[in-house]
Design a protein around this ligand. Structure first.
Ligand code: PHE
Length: 449
């Protein structure tokens, strides 16, 4: 990867960096994944654990990754090699993660496009009917077609290299998404019977706490903040030396967490309202956003239009993330292979589309295929988030904590001013994070979660 000064991709302002990183961070993870995990893992207690982890663990790791990127001016594989040749393997492991996530992310992106077309063609009422979502995702062809459309749009944008355009679009769209989410969330909690659900969502009930809560919240935090997969390293390599890493990370985190919070507030109370507080309804997992929100929109005045606007914004959020995933994959291969970027782009597009097919079929004709007791898509989600991310994060912490030492990170952050939470990073990276990560890994491996 190139250095700031000689790349057209270099960010020209701190705000540009923050929005691009936030664009990568804010995605389906916030709107689709966070609410169903919060619903499943105890509501308020999950929210509390998540926020605590984000401001300590997430903060320390994000600062570390961005600093590594900016210090070396390189993407993951070469960044680790530049710091210490013996550790370039960490870069390889990190790089494998987006390769696993991208195809199945596009399957969900395809579902979003489907729902958008449903609202644009005035079929909101049908979408709110029971069983609509299940019959859509279990069909053999149609979800795959939508997945391919999503991959294609992503690939076209990556091919054109219009990051700047996307950056501009997300600068306008992201605030609109937040406002719309707040509006829908407020509406959601005024539904009959939703208040109890809202309380479930924000009031921590310590009886619901278990190690599962921590493991799930941790996996979600990595995913949502695009950590431990080389993305923040790459983005850091594009950052200007004079921009402040610490305040940027605060801004990205606040953005990311706020969107997740309001997404949960749109969905969790509404599920309560429609199911009368039935726990099974809260546990339905991946389909929560697609099943519940159409019902909310149906009861809303002007719901059809709001539904359409909502899915446009979700699509944009998903696209800014999928672009960062595909960019990372393409840049890994362009760093390694002496092949034109365009060729790599097309190859990544075609291979990802092929790999996405089983994930999609796993909800239909291949639903009997279970890997570690999970559907194919959930299996990829689990392997990347619960196994590979903790491994990469653990290796990164050990590497920074004991090989290059936190001082190296501090120096990089201090190039642009005072590092106020220096002590936090000094304690988290070498001592606290590794312990947590080992616990998480073991519980994931023994199948506790
Ligand atoms: N952070 C993104 C989200 O919340 C997902 C993502 C993961 C994006 C990995 C890029 C890389 O949806």
């Amino acid at each position: 990867m190139k250095n700031m000064s000689n790349t057209k991709n270099g960010f020209t302002s701190k705000l540009g960096f923050v929005f691009a990183a936030a664009g990568s961070a804010v995605g389906l993870g916030n709107i689709w994944r966070f609410p169903y995990l919060a619903a499943k893992y105890g509501g308020g207690i999950f929210l509390l654990v998540y926020i605590l982890l984000a401001v300590t663990f997430g903060f320390a790791l994000m600062v570390t990754e961005i600093a590594i990127g900016r210090k070396t001016g390189k993407s993951a594989v070469k960044a680790f090699a530049a710091l210490d040749k013996r550790f370039s393997f960490i870069g390889y492991i990190a790089s494998a993660v987006p390769i696993i996530i991208f195809p199945y992310y596009c399957v969900i992106g395809g579902w979003v496009i489907k729902y958008l077309t449903v609202y644009l063609t005035g079929q909101g009422v049908e979408a709110a009917a029971d069983g609509y979502f299940d019959s859509f995702i279990s069909a053999p062809i149609s979800p795959i077609v939508f997945t391919c459309i999503f991959i294609f749009i992503t690939a076209v944008i990556v091919l054109m290299g219009v990051q700047k355009g996307i950056e501009k679009v997300s600068t306008i769209m992201m605030p609109v998404l937040v406002l719309l989410a707040i509006a829908i969330a407020i509406y959601s909690i005024t539904l009959d019977g939703a208040w109890e659900g809202f309380m479930y969502y924000i009031k921590p009930n310590f009886a619901d706490f278990s190690i599962k809560t921590v493991v799930a919240a941790m996996g979600q935090m990595f995913y949502s903040m695009s950590l431990a997969m080389g993305i923040m390293i790459t983005y850091g390599s594009y950052m200007r030396k004079e921009d402040n890493i610490e305040t940027s990370v605060h801004q990205i985190e606040i953005f990311d967490t706020a969107v997740a919070f309001f997404a949960g507030m749109m969905i969790v109370p509404a599920v309560y309202a429609f199911s009368g507080g039935d726990k099974d309804a809260l546990n339905q997992g991946a389909g929560l956003m697609f099943v519940t929100l159409p019902k909310v929109f149906e009861t809303m005045y002007g719901g059809k239009i709001i539904g359409a606007v909502f899915f446009v914004l979700v699509l944009l959020a998903a696209l800014t993330s999928s672009i960062s995933l595909m960019e990372t994959i393409v840049s890994i291969f362009s760093d390694k292979l002496k092949v034109k970027r365009q060729v790599i782009c097309i190859a990544v597009m075609l291979i990802s589309a092929a790999v996405a097919v089983p994930s999609s079929l796993g909800y239909g004709v291949w639903s009997n295929v279970q890997l570690l007791g999970r559907s194919i898509l959930d299996f990829f989600d689990f392997i990347s988030n619960n196994i590979m991310l903790p491994i990469t994060a653990l290796l990164t912490c050990i590497f920074v904590g004991y090989v290059i030492k936190p001082k190296a990170i501090e120096e990089e952050v201090e190039l642009s001013g005072k590092f106020r939470l220096k002590k936090l990073v000094r304690i988290m990276i070498p001592y606290v994070c590794p312990v947590f990560l080992v616990v998480i890994l073991i519980s994931s491996i023994i199948g506790y979660v």
